[in-house]
Design a protein around this ligand. Structure first.
Ligand code: MN
Length: 239
């Protein structure tokens, strides 16, 4: 069989280059995995973080950006320090795993579209983001790079509204907040997002980060969590 031929299909599909492997995330307590279709992210969703980035939370509607599905990195991985930055930042976030798709989803129905929950980190090239903001340019180079979406195992039980979200670097706490500090709550995020995209099973939504974002360097160990969800740990490889 040549590279790219599907062994599962009677009518063999042949691709001109090898097709990408399906990106996926482990499901806690199971051998099954959650297949990742797209990664959506919410910017500016905790007032203290909006202020630390120099914006006014009251004036900001939810903003969305994306990362490629294969930016996911699973728990326990050693990640290379990203190319093209000297200011790689962590942003701990609650992640929603969409199980049922839809457009124009009503807030009242939104949680029925969520299959599970996880903790993730929206790794960011802060220097490239500052340049993009100044130039009014897209954020892709700042946000959508390889290995930019570490994520813990997905679990089906939702964290409490007042669950603690936290991140530590080398054991020192850097971010700590409550989920109910979010400006846009989970149902509002899903409702807003589904007005611009038809959500699909397999989509992940990173819901924004609280205050305390900062740099990580080669050799650092990051641990983070949301109460009741499996913790996420990763290291930045030594240079
Ligand atoms: Mn973020």
């Amino acid at each position: 069989m040549a590279i790219g031929e599907s062994p599962c299909s009677k009518q063999f599909m042949t691709y001109v280059v090898p097709p990408a492997a399906q990106a996926s995330v482990p499901v806690a307590g199971s051998d099954a995995r959650f297949p990742v279709r797209r990664i959506f992210c919410v910017g500016r969703n905790y007032a203290d973080h909006v202020r630390e980035m120099g914006n006014d939370p009251k004036e900001e509607p939810p903003i969305f950006f994306t990362k490629p599905a294969d930016a996911v990195v699973e728990n326990g991985t050693e990640i290379a320090y990203a190319a093209n930055t000297s200011n790689l930042h962590f942003e701990v976030e609650l992640v929603l795993a969409i199980g049922a798709g839809g457009s124009d989803i009503a807030e009242a129905n939104a949680l029925a579209h969520v299959w599970g929950y996880a903790v993730g980190v929206d790794l960011t090239r802060r220097d490239r983001q500052a340049e993009a903001k100044k130039a009014g340019a897209p954020w892709d180079v700042a946000k959508a790079f390889d290995q930019s979406a570490p994520i813990g195992a997905i679990t089906q039980s939702a964290p409490g509204a007042d669950a603690r979200i936290w991140l530590a670097v080398n054991g020192a706490t850097k971010q700590e907040a409550k989920l109910n500090d979010m400006i846009w709550r989970v149902p509002e995020i899903i409702a807003h997002l589904s007005r611009s995209w038809a959500l699909q099973p397999g989509d992940l939504i990173f819901t924004g980060t609280p205050a305390g974002v900062g740099p990580i360097v080669a050799g650092d160990a990051v641990t983070c969590g949301v109460d009741s969800l499996p913790e996420l740990a990763f290291k930045i490889a030594p240079r």
